[in-house]
Design a protein around this ligand. Structure first.
Ligand SMILES: [Zn+2]
Length: 250
């Protein structure tokens, strides 16, 4: 397991106060003694254009500090997915998150759609044909869903139940789709946590979900799996939950 991280993810660019660098700090602290870290390069404009309009990219670029971090997050996603393709599971400890970024609009603390950019580059490079994107964040990943709405090759599944047992069984059902896929990418939000906004999942559930993703990838996708950080705002346990997920996933 490799963690993809850049210290510029701690940049305090203008966004909602709840989506702050302390989220990254608390996860980093929980992971730093257990894993090796890789440092990404920023995504090139050509990579951002795989998913986004020139207009949206220019809009973000009007805030140079924000653009730098957002392009680094997208670049982190590219490196995370490439690491998974090379045979090692990987987690992108990224900020800003991405799943609310659509081709020509963005909201919800997101600017560029990290996971879609990563999957699109693998597809354009001919490294994969089909992918499953599993979104376990509390919030519907509308940006990713919209981008892939008419795409037969990439299945996007958002888990939407607000009941713990049902949430977990929806994850298991969703992972059956990986039978026809070459890689599994997880939009990993931890705001489903019982003490976070969602009030649904326990720490052990994240470990279980990670383990199910690993099993499905091993059975169907030559083990290829990666995850990118989306939401998660309950700082005291955010690192613990992320670590549990990665221990299942590795
Ligand atoms: Zn969320």
């Amino acid at each position: 397991m490799k963690i993809i991280y850049h210290e510029k993810y701690l940049t305090p660019y203008p966004t909602a106060g709840v989506e702050n660098p302390d989220r990254i700090r608390s996860i980093y602290k929980s992971l730093s003694s257990s894993y090796a870290f890789l440092t990404p390069e920023p995504a090139a404009a050509a990579d951002l254009l795989l998913v986004h309009s020139r207009r949206l990219i220019d809009e973000v670029a009007r805030q140079p500090e924000l653009y730098e971090v957002a392009a680094l997050a997208a670049g982190g996603a590219l490196l995370t997915a490439a690491t998974a393709m090379a045979g090692e599971p990987a987690f992108g400890l990224l900020r800003p998150p991405g799943h609310h970024a659509s081709p020509d609009s963005h909201w919800g603390f997101c600017f560029f759609n990290n996971i879609a950019i990563a999957v699109e580059r693998l597809r354009r490079q001919g490294l994969i044909e089909r992918a499953l994107i599993l979104d376990i964040d509390l919030h519907f990943g509308d940006g990713t869903d919209k981008f892939y709405a008419r795409c037969q090759e990439v299945e996007v599944i958002n888990i939407e139940s607000s009941r713990r047992d049902q949430f977990l069984s929806e994850v298991q059902t969703a992972l059956k789709v990986s039978r026809s896929c070459d890689i599994i990418g997880v939009s990993a939000g931890f705001d489903t946590y019982v003490k976070d906004w969602g009030g649904i999942l326990q720490t052990e559930d994240y470990r279980q979900i990670g383990a199910w993703v690993k099993q499905a990838a091993a059975a169907n996708c030559q083990g290829r799996r990666f995850a990118l950080l989306e939401g998660g705002y309950y700082l005291p346990d955010l690192g613990k939950n992320c670590l549990a997920f990665l221990q299942g996933l590795e």
